[in-house]
Write a protein that binds this ligand. Sequence first.
Ligand SMILES: [Zn+2]
Length: 438
Amino acid sequence: MVVISVDGMGSSYYVTPPPGLRIPNLRSLMQAGSYAEAVEGVYPTVTYPSHTTLITGRRPAEHGIYTNLASREPGQHAGDWFWFAQAIKVPTLWDEAREHHLTTAAIAWPVSVGAPIDWNVPEIWDPSKPPGLDMMYLAKFMNPLVGAELLGALGLPAPGADPDTLKARLAIYLIKEHQPNLTLIHLVDLDETEHEHGPGSPQALATLAHVDNLIGQVVEAVKQAGLESSTDVFVVSDHGFLPVRRLLHPNVLLVNAGLLTADPQGHITGGKVMTVANGGSFFIYWPAKQNRQAEILSALKPLLDAGLAWAVLDQQALKELGGDPDARLAWEAPEGTAFVDSARGNLIVEQEAVTGTHGYLPFRHGLESAFLAHGPHIQAGVNLHRIPMTRIAPTILQAMGVDDPQFGDDPPLREVLVRRGRLPRAPGRVRPRRAASP
Ligand SMILES: [Zn+2]
């Protein structure tokens, strides 16, 4: 199996490509294989919770990767993301593969540092710097034998090299050299471009065309390695995107109300509450035994008065959505607006140019993510229409020939799988589906 995640690729890019978008490889996977018109993701629709759903089939409340950011102490380790696989609380595809004596490789897959993956180039960066691909820093978190082999085979990347091109080269090398049973690849150029210029922008279309070319190179490598008759290629994504014209700084209000403290640069230094800005949503935490809801809603009232709440969700609503069990309130931004965590400056900042973000509720229009699959175990010509993201990992597992009815919240997408001799008959669901709320 080769699973390529194109970070930030909304499904509309391949379902109804805008004029001028050249994505022949994605379109050919779609036409020769099966696809979904829309995948409904998880809350918040950000990269780490979503990627963990893609490899576990479970929602954040169960898999434990609740947001990108890992810290819940105000002002402490603010730049640390959920990099470490140890934080995942349920079995992953790589755990299942190992249990069934299958080999695995992962390139920049989120939440994979320290994971039991045979050839792993995880995703982690120096928390004092912005997210990015820094091979020297990341080498400290890799198996030194794997690091030495890749360095010997491919050399050091040129300074300023395009991260996705480098990741595709690493994946192609591993597929040809080691033929892992499961290869996971995470490409991020599109997400970065959409954050900077907005979804559907000329820059985003150019980046996606480049990513499509890299996908074509990986598919070609599978053929060259003689693996075409046994390899399925899945192209998925973690979330779509919405355009942003206006930034909101709710921490400014919480500092004014004495609930947070901040330094002159606007970095949070401490407080009675904790907040996480997820772009389209804003999660607020406080200790379980305290009741601060009225105080917080009063502090944030200027946002409500300005009509800047698409919704405000309480802990029960978050529970029903399978979101962070420790968040007490979640504030959902209206279309065209995004939350940022800085506590400095004005509450509302109008931007001169359109940017983009995600993190909103997964069913909001524009957030739909991607699913395309093609290969010997995949039916041709099936349009799945709209599917929940939780069904993707069980489908990949089943295509790998592993049958584990306990894996994931939902059954595999059997309508896209070709039945084969070594797969047992479709089992009934062993674990009853949980109700959405108690
Ligand atoms: Zn993402």
